[in-house]
Design a protein around this ligand. Sequence first.
Ligand SMILES: Nc1ncnc2c1ncn2[C@@H]1O[C@H](COP(=O)(O)OP(=O)(O)OP(=O)(O)O)[C@@H](O)[C@H]1O
Ligand SMILES: [Mg+2]
Length: 233
Amino acid sequence: MRKQLKIAERVPSYNKQLAEIGHELNNFLTVIQTNIELIDRYIAAKEYGRAECKIKDVINGLNSINRFVEGLMEPGQHKCSKTRNNVGQIVSRIIRFLKPQKKFNGIIIRSQIDNNLPDVYVNSSQIEQIILNLMSNAADAVHESGDSSGLITVKVCYNKRLGSIEISVADSGCGITNENKNRMFKERFTTKNSGHGLGLVACRGLIENHNGRFQIESEIGSGTTITVSVPIC
Ligand SMILES: Nc1ncnc2c1ncn2[C@@H]1O[C@H](COP(=O)(O)OP(=O)(O)OP(=O)(O)O)[C@@H](O)[C@H]1O
Ligand SMILES: [Mg+2]
């Protein structure tokens, strides 16, 4: 009886984990699909150089899925494996991969990445997932605001005083109420018709895996900046 109860207690958390895995895989697959559609278009237009670039992006995307799935199969999943990386390069790669997605149509994406970033031990697939979720939310917020000239600015810099790499995603979107600001990383909730409320809950776990922190600044009608800090050691 006690054993049955224990299993029953685990079911919701198991379902939650499955939902989060599905959400992250779906994120990657949606972008890969867009990139493949572009390859098709470039080949039809005989723009083979551009098609070749997109093929590389698709391969990078598949590698990301590979790393993500490998991470799931690690024995101590929560201690994610980390390698020395330049976070700026990870961020540039994921932005290039994301840009063609339909949800970024009409949105200007700017990136400001410091040239002299120190390397840091991170799980590159998890850093990609964080950026993907933050940028996806930023695009949704811009569309929600109805602004036809939306802007998303992604910055990566080294905060020498705090000894951390800071990644920020700023949007000119609808902004977030104080009440929702307090909820968004803590619990599963969504204000979107087709949202699942999973992106930021997943991000929180990934940031914690890196002993990192997040900070939210937002103003209704002006936009939101979410900054993730990852300590260097
Ligand atoms: N940049 C942002 N601007 C405005 N609201 C935001 C922003 N980022 C997150 N939010 C709010 O936080 C909620 C939760 O975000 P989260 O990414 O967890 O889920 P979602 O985007 O609704 O659904 P999904 O599971 O598909 O990501 C959003 O529904 C939205 O209300
Ligand atoms: Mg989201």
